[in-house]
Unconditional design. Sequence first.
Lengths: 346, 346
Amino acid sequence: MHAGVDLGGTKIQVAIVDRDHNVRGTDRRLTPTVGTPDDVADTIAASVEAAAKDAGITLDDICAAGVGSPGQIDLNAGTVSNAGNLPGWKTATYALGPQLSKRLGGIPVSIGNDVQVAVDAEVHLGAGRPYKSLLGVFLGTGVGGGVVFGDELWVGRGAAGEIGHTVVEAKGGAPCPCGRSGCLEAYAGRSAMEIQARKWHEAGKKTKLFKIMEEKGKTRLASGVWDKALKKNDKMAKKLIDRAVWASGEAIGSAVNLLDVDAVVIGGGLGIRLGQPLADRITEAMKPRLIKPNDAPPVLVAELGDLGGAIGASLLVSHLDERVGQKTPGAARNPQGTTKPIKGHH
Amino acid sequence: MHAGVDLGGTKIQVAIVDRDHNVRGTDRRLTPTVGTPDDVADTIAASVEAAAKDAGITLDDICAAGVGSPGQIDLNAGTVSNAGNLPGWKTATYALGPQLSKRLGGIPVSIGNDVQVAVDAEVHLGAGRPYKSLLGVFLGTGVGGGVVFGDELWVGRGAAGEIGHTVVEAKGGAPCPCGRSGCLEAYAGRSAMEIQARKWHEAGKKTKLFKIMEEKGKTRLASGVWDKALKKNDKMAKKLIDRAVWASGEAIGSAVNLLDVDAVVIGGGLGIRLGQPLADRITEAMKPRLIKPNDAPPVLVAELGDLGGAIGASLLVSHLDERVGQKTPGAARNPQGTTKPIKGHH
């Protein structure tokens, strides 16, 4: 068995996965919001143990673990740097791989980028299965992504896939949480959309968004809040989602012109919640930008849902197995090519 | 020996290349501006024969030919469709590969995209040699490009590399010759730049551009005209080149965020003419858009110059050799990996 860990700013999701990629047990808990990276590693280890128990096994039965993490990843060293949403990690570099390995009885631990591994899971096990090349666009708090060419995740020098920070409006574009302006994320990231909604709301514009948020007991405009506001025909919600669709069409259309991929997969909290109708709107929005509008690639919704990140992280391990000497040869020989899911420098 | 053909709207450039990729003979002649695709095929065949003579060989000594062509290419069928700059070809589909083969004694002929093959030549034999992944951006009449991942040209579903039609300004952007607006080519393609210069000139703005053009006996603002106007400190030329640099920085910076490539190679008539100083300006212009500004990939100038397209077309043939049974086994076994220079669906 392998453990896959999806490390997010809000929650840690663990899946225990067998060699055929079936999920055998899970655990989900809140990410510590105070403390140090060591506390995060402790929490992950406890979550892996709980997930093992859920699967009816013990830590001893787990051969390896993969972690999908935010921040900047050094794939070889297993370090994570500048993970701004994690406690004590904003400017730190932390050896999450080795530290977690120590806490899990010395098993090999591989670290990858959170969105990249989720895209990898979609191409090997999810909506991207029929395709050999893919652009994954994950609409969540921010906008992340991943690119797959010839069935292999392309990581470049480690950070490929950042479609959220490709330009849509270079001049006079909306402010982006990254500090730049006019990026896709400035229009289609939930965080940027919430900032804009709050501004308009404070300026006296009417919206049901914040009332729905309170009713749902949330402090943020979560994906479900947007969904409900749209269903109630809230004008401001509609306007901000329209803007997100427009910007997604421009950025994804541009990326399709550059890469001519077989398919686009939309994921992330907001993407999964709004589903195929959103994907269909993005298809229409990208066509005017495409040089081959009559040959637009299909835009699909990620299939693996909330567990996609954890399952994708477990795929890091098949790859690791190769390097550490086929500890679990079965998993390293599946027909879908996960023996070498990642390409680039590492 | 192989023949490589760079088929352009203005000229046909042929290079006769040996198995070590040395150019042994060349021919260059004007592309027919009237007539049919058959006339273009006749002219190419005559040019190949002349280049063979220049190399001290005959047509019988040429084992295969590759053609880098504008328009939409079907790599398997060897057809070229919608090549708007070629006579009688705007809406036609023409079997250039088979037709040229017939005119060259039945040797195999492979057709590729003109800019893609030039980028392929740069990564295997030119400025991109030290790198495994590359973004090629060719600034010419239009703006074309190509992407290389893990030493292999990525063609996607045939048309990958079109960075000229990635968005810079989605709203209120400059008009692009493609009919859309705000594309990179709308700012950095010589054709779009000339249209803007003529508009400003007709509106009474001063410039030396058109005087220099006439002095050089040209009817278009060729790359040398822009170069000379810049050297004479012409304000309008400076402004339009500044704009091209700015837009290139935005579009290339976005592509680097998405693909995290090892290097960027600037080519094309204008790119090669303005050279490394232009490339250095593009580096500075892209940094504000990069999510890793301190780890910007080097921006280099294409090394193979005017012959790059023809040499790149000859590389199509190494690939073809594999399919037709190692007709020239030496060329198919060079250490730089040109045995499989192209990846995607074909």
